[in-house]
Write a protein that binds this ligand. Sequence first.
Ligand code: GDP
Ligand code: ZN
Length: 308
Amino acid sequence: MNAVVIKTTGKRYTVKTENGDVVHCLLKGKFRIAGIKSTNPIVVGDKVEVVQESELWMIVRLHDRKNHILRKSVNLSKQTHIIAANIDQAILMITLDSPITTTGFIDRFLVAANAYGVKVVLIFNKVDLLNDELKAAQNNLLNIYEGIGYTCFVTSVINDDLSEIKDLMKGKINMISGHSGVGKSTLVNYLQPNLHIDTKEVSNTHKQGQHTTTFSELHDLDFGASIIDTPGIRGFGLVELEVAELGNYFPEFFKLKSACKYHNCIHKNEPQCAIKSALAEGKVAESRYKNYLNMLEEEQEHFRTNNY
Ligand code: GDP
Ligand code: ZN
C-alpha cells in the first residue's frame, strides 16, 4: 500500500496510508540513494510502499523523490542530513516593516529554493502597516519579482480574507518560510486554529546536538493542504554552489546568458556580458545584480578558504 511519511523519530516512521490511516513503521532492508551520503534514508514527505507483517508495519520501498532539502552534518563525516522531500512549494513570507525583510534575504532564499528544485510563492504580509514610502518600495519589489515570474500576494493576515492563499495551498505540501515575526504562525493559526507548529527561528550556527532533538513533521490541514514543519530551516540552510553556476539560479540571468560573449561568463568583469547590458538598460534590477555579486563574492571566499 502507498503511504506518505509524516514524521520520523530515530528508527521509527509514522506514515499516512492512502486509506487515511496513520501507522508506525520500521524499515525493511537497506535504503540507499545513489549519490547521497545521508545519515537518514527516509524522510518526511517521502512517498513509500508499506506492508503489514504480522503485527508490524514495514516500509519496503521508497518512491522517486521530486526534490529534497538537506543540511550538512555537524560532524566531519561529510554526511548530509536530509530534512524533507517532495515539497510542492515554499511560501516565503516577507514584511517591509516589523521586521524588515531585505532583498538580500529574499534573493538568497530564491537561489537556494531554485537549486533544490522547490517552487516559491511570495507573500508580502502586514500591508496594513505600510506608509506611502514603504508601499512604493513594495510595489517596486512586486514589479521585480512578478517580472521574473514569481507569483506574489499582498495581504494582511490579521485583516484580510485568506481564501486565495488557501486555494494556493490546497492539494500541496507547503513549506512556510520567512523571518521571525513576519506572521507565519498567525497565518497557520488562522488556517487551522488548533495546530501548533514550531515557527521559532533557529540560528544558522549549528549547535551540537541540535539535530538529534529536532524533527520535521508533516501536518494535514482540514481544508486539504499539508504543511511541512522543518525546525531549524525557516530558510533553506546552506546550499553550496559552484561560482560558475550561481547565475543559473537567477532565472532572468539564466534566460539571457547565451547572449554573453563568453560561455563561462560570471557576469562580473567580462566584456560583452548580456546581463550587464540588461542591467544598464534597466531590464535587470539593480538589487538583484548587487545581491548576485555579494553571493558570488561569498562563494569565491568559501572556495578560497576551503582550498578547493
Ligand atoms: P512568526 O514569527 O513569523 O510566526 O510571526 P507571528 O505570526 O508570531 O507574528 C508576529 C506578530 O505580528 C504577531 O504579534 C502578529 O499578531 C503580528 N501580525 C501578523 N500578521 C500581521 C499583519 O498582517 N498585520 C499586523 N499589523 N500585524 C501582524
Ligand atoms: Zn555575462
